[in-house]
Design a protein around this ligand. Structure first.
Ligand code: FRU
Length: 510
């Protein structure tokens, strides 16, 4: 029974996508090189994996409207994580354990086993006691069409864990055993719960890997765990922890006892729009992490779901990042090198002096661009350096480096008449001779990476093509810029260039 109903629900949602996608793809806020849904709402990255020669990204989505509701799993494949072919939806709610009307098939992960692609996800349902979340499995032989396991759910919330807060399984295999880390809430404290299994279908609780003492919220969403060299990394998105949207812990892990001892913690991103990141290993060994470029905490404040929603879609992924570990155990998050293949129209300047008189900078068309530069701190006596991004027609987004306070901020109160807030972070600059800055600007997002990719701000802004000016100036002295490079970035979704994608889709649809 389960097979037919899910296929029916997928076909229905797919028709909805096909009807709207040609109109929605022309929306003014559509991104040029960030992954986004064809239609409707998107949130977390799910099931990221390199499988049978392609990158597969699945994602939480509501294909019907541009707001969060009744979750399906969308699916795209790519050779480079930049150009995407959309595949049919992978999962749709269809069973008693995953068809909660305000729920559906929640987040999870993917693993290859005996040549097949397994998805492990959270089913949400309503039982007498309320909203219940359990862990479920779906499997595919071709990496496109999935069937839910008839023995679902394979795992229910243990005693003490709130059944409405037990979700987002991330699975991996170590030697001959499968492991899963799952987010939970125990006595109003967020936790990362570790499970193990010999066959992926029967799981036993192993340990609590880490938990909030209140400072990191009441529930940890989208926990992830992986090795980096000799050490291990645990990441999570805490609910109810203010502006902490994605955190990491680094430490030692013992497979014998299931104990994770961490001594380093850090913020993955200081901006407003980085949430629920998931990682996977690329075939060349890189650890790639992708986040959802949005954030729940802001939503109750929203008057509506925003400018993208009005175009019939909402949400994109942050640009994929490569995770690296420094000697001291702290992490760096760098845009993947594939980005360079999108570069066009390069501009370079060895060095120039910035004064209190505003200077225009050139980078692509001022909308979709990449900019890299170094601020020579030894030859800078200014108090502050200001970058105006996406300026024009009375609008602007201001990135400010305050050298006295060692603070960086991104102010989007005048970005677009809709976005707001100032994201701030403090940088450790003592003894440093330069500060590196790397910016990725797309139609509706700005990602700013500084301080060795340890101080990153991802913020959505819904600015139009008229907001294409880029300016720089100082306050209270001058600043020396070195190694300025900028590039336009090619559009990965434009029809024509990408027409083979549509051809393939047509072929598949018969
Ligand atoms: C994180 C999250 C997950 C959940 C999913 C529902 O953004 O709340 O915990 O599985 O989104 O769409």
């Amino acid at each position: 029974m389960s097979k037919e109903l899910m296929q029916k629900n997928i076909a229905k949602a797919q028709r909805e996508i096909d009807e709207k996608k040609e109109i929605i793809k022309n929306g003014k806020m559509r991104q040029h090189y960030h992954f986004m849904p064809q239609t409707g709402w998107m949130n977390d990255p799910n099931g990221l994996i390199y499988y049978k020669g392609k990158y597969h990204f699945f994602f939480q989505c509501n294909p019907y409207y541009g707001f969060w509701d009744y979750m399906h799993w969308g699916h795209g494949v790519s050779d480079d994580m930049l150009h995407w072919e959309y595949l049919p939806l992978a999962l749709a709610p269809s069973e008693s354990y995953d068809d909660h009307i305000r729920g559906g098939c929640f987040s999870g992960s993917a693993i290859e086993h005996e040549g097949k692609l397994f998805l492990m996800y959270t089913g949400t349902t309503k039982e007498a006691q309320g909203f219940v979340q359990t862990q479920c499995i779906a499997c595919s032989e071709d990496g496109i069409h999935f069937e839910k396991y008839e023995g679902n759910p394979v795992l229910t919330a243990p005693k003490g864990i709130a059944p409405e807060h037990f979700r987002d399984p991330k699975v991996w295999k170590h030697e001959d055993t499968f492991y899963m880390v799952c987010g939970g809430s125990c006595g109003q404290k967020g936790q990362a719960l570790l499970y193990r299994s010999k066959d992926m279908f029967h799981w036993s609780f192993f340990n609590v890997m880490a938990e909030s003492r209140g400072e990191w919220g009441y529930m940890w969403e989208c926990t992830d765990f992986y090795p980096m060299g000799e050490r291990y990394v645990l990441t999570f998105s805490p609910m109810g922890a203010g502006e902490h949207t994605a955190m990491y812990l680094v430490g030692d892990f013992d497979y014998e006892t299931g104990k994770f001892h961490s001594w380093i913690n850090g913020e993955i991103d200081w901006g407003f729009d980085y949430y629920a990141p998931q990682s996977f290993q690329a075939p060349d060994g890189r650890r790639i992490m992708v986040g959802w470029a949005n954030e729940w905490e802001w939503m109750p404040l929203w008057k509506d779901w925003g400018p993208a929603y009005q175009e019939g879609w909402c949400g994109s992924f942050n640009f994929p990042l490569e995770v690296r570990m420094r000697e001291d155990g702290t992490l760096q998050f760098l845009p993947i090198a594939e980005l360079e293949t999108l570069r066009e129209n390069p501009r370079r300047e060895d060095s120039f002096l910035v004064t209190e008189t505003e200077k225009e900078l050139a980078a692509g068309d001022g909308v979709s661009f990449e900019l890299k530069m170094k601020i020579d701190l030894e030859h800078t006596d200014a108090d502050r350096l200001e970058l105006v991004l996406r300026g024009g027609e009375g609008k602007k987004t201001v990135c400010l480096f305050d050298f006295r306070k060692a603070e960086m901020s991104v102010d989007r109160n005048e970005s677009d008449g809709w976005s707001r807030g100032v994201s701030r972070s403090v940088m450790y600059l003592k003894g440093k001779s330069e500060l590196d800055v790397h910016i990725l600007s797309d139609q509706s997002s700005l990602e700013i990476f500084t301080n060795q990719y340890q101080n990153n701000h991802s913020n959505n802004i819904f600015a139009g093509n008229e907001q294409n000016q880029l300016k720089i100036r100082t306050y209270g002295g001058t600043a020396l810029i070195r190694e300025y490079e900028s590039y336009g970035l090619k559009d990965c979704f434009r029809r024509g260039e990408n027409s083979h994608v549509n051809d393939k889709e047509d072929e598949r649809n018969g």
